[in-house]
Design a protein around this ligand. Sequence first.
Ligand SMILES: *[C@@H]1O[C@H](CO)[C@@H](O)[C@H](O)[C@H]1NC(C)=O
Ligand SMILES: *[C@@H]1O[C@H](CO)[C@@H](O)[C@H](O)[C@H]1NC(C)=O
Ligand SMILES: *[C@@H]1O[C@H](CO)[C@@H](O)[C@H](O)[C@H]1NC(C)=O
Length: 471
Amino acid sequence: MDHSAVKSSPSPPSSSSRHQRWALATSLSTLLCLSILVVVSVAGLLLLLGSSRPLFAALMPRQQQQPEADAEAPWERYVKLAQQAAASRSPSTSPGGVVRDRDAGDEDAEAEDDGVAPAPAPAPAQAPEESCDLFEGRWVRDAARYPMYEAAECPLLSEQVTCRRNGRADAGYEQWRWQPRGCGGVGGGGIEAGLERLRNRRVVFVGDSLNRNMWESLACLVYTAVPDRSRVRVEDVASDYRIFLAMDYNCSVEFIWSPLLVKLETKQDRTRALKLDQLPATLEQIRGADVLVFNTGHWWTHTGNLRAWDHLERDGKMVEMGGDEAFNRALRTWARWVDQNVDTTKTRVFFRSVSPEHKGENWCYNQTSPITEETKIVPWFPRTLVSIVERNIRSMRTPVTYLNVTHLSELRIDAHPSVYTITGEGKPLSMEQRQQPLVYADCSHWCLPGLPDTWNLLLLASLARSPINVH
Ligand SMILES: *[C@@H]1O[C@H](CO)[C@@H](O)[C@H](O)[C@H]1NC(C)=O
Ligand SMILES: *[C@@H]1O[C@H](CO)[C@@H](O)[C@H](O)[C@H]1NC(C)=O
Ligand SMILES: *[C@@H]1O[C@H](CO)[C@@H](O)[C@H](O)[C@H]1NC(C)=O
């Protein structure tokens, strides 16, 4: 999850120029390098702590500590937006019923709000929608429709990512809408239609803290949309299994903590074995789910003290192999399990691509707007691991929809908690701590409301499409 990991993992030929750049950057400043290590340790610690600390004990409506500046209550605002969206969905406002390519020539992002709402998430039969790539496009400021909920409105949000509550004053990062090229648009008015797709369904996220970030977002989207907010529940079934239930939708949004997907076992002598040929028993819980969203990635790049395992195992025996090979074996185990255990007539399977961090040259600290020049993106995650994910998905019998959010997220340098997060002890950073961003800034997770809401809109939009495998 960090640059030191990138440096120390076997250097793939395809990314040698990136490594050279890194080598140059680090030789320029040993100090920076040391600082990054500190950041990395803290971030790693946060990830670990985040995994064990309950996000919330119960769904207790929180006292609103920060009265919203808006005179309008968030709920009224939501209802109004929902009505506007419903109105704009009527055929008369959509010329000829044709979904206009809003990318053609409207370069001024601020001028986007021209009264013609983006088409809501499409009905399944709309052919033009099927053909566009949801993950290619650009970010458009849309303060009228975003954020889709207020931080103060959703008691499910964890301290770690509720940037507003932790003192983040700028709100621009909450107001960006993803505009896929050649698509009518996702989100905005489409949210209720999208959420309808969750009715009578079980959605299960399986993965690391970034998938938990995404789970929190979807739970909040559902929570703020249900007519009666008292008819929801959150249940911690186990330390690694949490369920959000919306009774009015007869829908559950669940999260299973499994950051490496394969089984990590602590032996009696306290050594930790990563079993490359076994999945954790908790995965049995996903049987019968309607929608599965997997991810893994960051934990495979941890090195040194941050690495989650002491040794690798196959067939119950200790084995030695490189990081890439271990990752590939783990994904094969996962892929085979899915192929053998998932009933594709009932279940849609998604894999969310790597969530980028913003460190080093692209540090998230103090950033308040997205990257607009593609050339400014400095990918940090080893490309080899990305190819391994894609290759394994391609080889599966089960159609797995790849939520290819890496690139659109790379642009969102402004969307991380940075210093508006919590310490390892779970307290918001103090003023002094905020002044030590090298130590405390979190540039891996994402503020909520924020970017993961878009990931979920893309998930909901993808649900309306037929399943496809990675191209
Ligand atoms: C509620 O949803 C489950 C699937 O999660 C489904 O099996 C069940 O039939 C639904 N109940 C009703 C009353 O629709
Ligand atoms: C970050 O923003 C604060 C407040 O605007 C400013 O004082 C500080 O110099 C900035 N730091 C960097 C590294 O840009
Ligand atoms: C994911 O998106 C990126 C950037 O939009 C694109 O270059 C890449 O080919 C996509 N990957 C897959 C497997 O579709």
